[in-house]
Structure formats: C-alpha cells, structure tokens
Design a protein. Structure first.
Length: 391
C-alpha cells in the first residue's frame, strides 16, 4: 500500500469522509557549513525525497484537529486557530500551531480550521529536520488555502520565527530555507546573513550521497544548542571591540580571525568562534571545488568539517565519530561528515556507486560491533521543496 492510500484510510478513521488536499514537505541534509547559519555564514544544504506528507480537509469552525501516524499514541491533538500560546499538551503539534500564530501576528488570519493527517518518512530523531519540514508544510497549507500570496522566502522566515519564538529553539534559518526552497538535483549556497542564495547543480557522476543514521536519538537539547550560540555571540562581542566593522563571525576570513583571536578571553569560546569562521570559508571553498568538478577536494573539505565539529565545536559524540572514521577507511569514499546539529543523528558520505553495498556492509558491521546496535543507510535523492501534490 502506498503512503497516500494508507493516509486516506487513517484520515477516514480519525475524521470520517471528507474531500482532502495533499501536500509534501521534504527533510534536508547539509553537505557542508554546519553551525554557521546563526553565525552569519554560508551553508550548502539540499532538500531530500524523505519528508512529511499531509492530507488536509477544511473545517467550518475555528478548530484544527491534527493526527500524526508516526506518533499515533499521542492521538488527535486539537487547537484553536487564534490567540495561540505554546502548550505542552499540544506536544509535537506546537510546531504547526506556532506557524498559525506567527501568520496571525503578521496579519494573515485563518478564517477556519482543518482536519489534518500527517505521515513522515524521515527517520525519527535523525536530525534531518523533521520540525522544519512540518513548519514549512503548515505555512504552505495556510498560504494555499487562504490565498495569502506570501512568497516562499517569507514563509521560510515565518517558519523559523515559529521555532524561535513559539517553540523556543534558537535555530538559524538553514533548515527551513532548505526545506522550502529545495530544488531537484541541486544544493543551495545560502548566505545566512543576507539570505542571498544560488542553486548549484549536484553533478556527481558515478557517485551518490549516502545518509547513515547512527540510530542514536538526536538529543541536541535546546539548552546545548542555545549555549553554543551564546558562546559564539560572546566571542563575537569581544572581537568587535577590536574590529568594529564586523557584524557576524561570517564576516571574517581565517587570517583575519587568527590575527585577533587572542582577544577572545575564554579558550573554549575561541574554539567555538574558530569553527564558525573556518567552516564558513570551508563551505565557500567546497562549493567552488564542486562547481569545478573537483570531487576529491570537496570530499577532503567534508572530512575537515567533521574534524572541526568534533574538536572545536564539540557536537559530534562517539556514534557520529565512529561512522565518519569508518567511512574514511572505505574504498570509494571521497568524504564523510556529520550533518545537522549533532549529538546523534546522521552522517553523509560521498560514495562511488559500485562501492555502496560494500560500504553499507563494512560500516554497518564495524559500527554495530563497536556501538552495540546497527546504523541505517539511505541513498539520498535530492528533491524539490515543500509543495501541494497536484493530480
């Protein structure tokens, strides 16, 4: 049974017969440029074919009832379409209800609610941006239903605002941007400071991107995430005392940073800032290498990125490090690194197509032996951003 057929049966069980519309919102991987987005740097993500589906029917009152097939034990969650506040009882539905709230505060008021069934094909807790996928999905549902005429970049901003201000996770804009603005077979070079972006074709002749899930729950708590952000902000304030023209860490070259790094008093904050600066420059070099068809250099920069996330930013952990290190030793692998915020989740590796099966077998067996449970593998298909499914 395909996904939409199963969803239709669930919809009927939850809400009865109704005419529904269908939507899809992807997850994302980030090829390089990690923890640079909230530091005013560049990122290089793409949307993937794993993501979140929604079946939506209009209601004639002000209520929304929402059900996730992935979280069936949570049951149907109900919330009003106005005057919303974060509510622990809403559980995961705080993400879509937060988007409704941001829309309303921006003057885009929904005049009725919905019955919605969602189903996600993203592995749970994998750090492939299921929250951004749900947020942008809700934004597109609202925009499409009420003909608000909001462009995708603004919907992306609304979705980020919902996560920052309603849910309380101080994330940068990369996840929502990649989810909303994704384009088949392309990655997006995004300047998170200005939101200038361009698409770059992923022409990896003979190679594929393999996502490997540690199957350790993605446990980056908002406190650990917000702490990293705070450390970078404090380091920046100390650098601005000596270099007044910089607005973000992303404004600095490696050489400029090295020349003033001693002004960051705390050695730990110095490392955090170094990662943000160096990773931004690595991202620009990596995109340049990819566009010159130098996959070997791109792969090396991916490896360097992982090492920096491990040693300077301290967001990897045993599981991600084990996957990356095992991948580096495999035949046909150009590069491998953690993707996403860290502390669990996934690595991505560029693997020669003829070596993919051996890669899965060798990495899978060695990881299981060392960690005690098996990883999961997915070959990434690069997909379009959030959209209504037509036809």
């Amino acid at each position: 049974m395909d996904v939409l057929t199963a969803m239709k049966e669930n919809f009927k069980d939850c809400f009865g017969d109704a005419e529904t519309r269908e939507y899809f919102s992807p997850g994302r991987i980030n090829l390089i440029g990690e923890h640079t987005d909230y530091n005013g740097g560049h990122v290089f993500p793409c949307a993937i074919s794993l993501g979140t589906y929604a079946l939506v029917a209009d209601r004639n009152d002000n209520k929304t009832r929402i059900f996730s097939m992935n979280l069936a034990d949570k049951g149907v969650i109900e919330f009003p379409m106005n005057d919303l506040k974060y509510n622990p009882a809403y559980d995961w539905a705080n993400y879509p209800s937060g988007v409704v709230d941001v829309f309303e505060k921006a003057g885009y008021k929904a005049d009725h609610g919905f019955d919605i069934v969602m189903y996600g094909t993203l592995p749970n807790g994998a750090g492939l941006s299921s929250s951004a996928s749900i947020e942008v999905l809700m934004a597109v549902i609202l925009n499409d239903t009420f003909n608000f005429g909001i462009d995708m970049v603004d919907m992306v901003k609304f979705s980020q605002k919902a996560e920052n201000q309603f849910v309380g996770v101080n994330c940068g804009i990369m996840d929502q941007f990649a989810v909303g603005m994704g384009k088949k077979d392309c990655a997006i070079l995004l300047d998170c400071n200005t939101l200038e972006y361009r698409y770059s074709k992923l022409a990896m002749e003979g190679y594929s991107i393999v996502i490997t899930n540690t199957n350790k729950k993605h446990t980056l708590s908002s406190s650990a995430y917000n702490q990293r952000r705070k450390q970078c902000e404090h380091a920046l304030s100390e650098l601005q005392a000596v270099k007044k023209d910089i607005k973000t860490l992303g404004d600095l070259t490696n050489a400029e940073f090295d020349s003033i790094a001693d002004h960051i008093e705390d050695p730990l904050e110095r490392l955090r800032a170094k990662h943000a600066v160096y990773e931004n420059q690595r991202t620009l070099q990596a995109v340049d290498a990819l566009e010159k068809n130098d996959l070997a250099k791109f792969g090396k920069l991916m490896n360097d990125s992982h090492v920096s996330l491990r040693d300077d930013y301290d967001v990897t952990g045993e599981e991600l490090d084990t996957l990356a290190e095992l991948a580096w030793d495999q035949e046909g692998v150009l590069g491998s690194r953690m993707t996403g915020a860290g502390f669990g989740g996934c690595t991505i590796s560029i693997v020669k197509n003829e070596n993919i099966e051996d890669f899965k077998k060798n990495v899978g067996e060695a990881y299981t032996k060392r960690i005690g449970y098996a990883p999961s593998f997915y070959v990434a298909n690069i997909a379009d951003g959030t959209h209504k499914i037509e036809g």
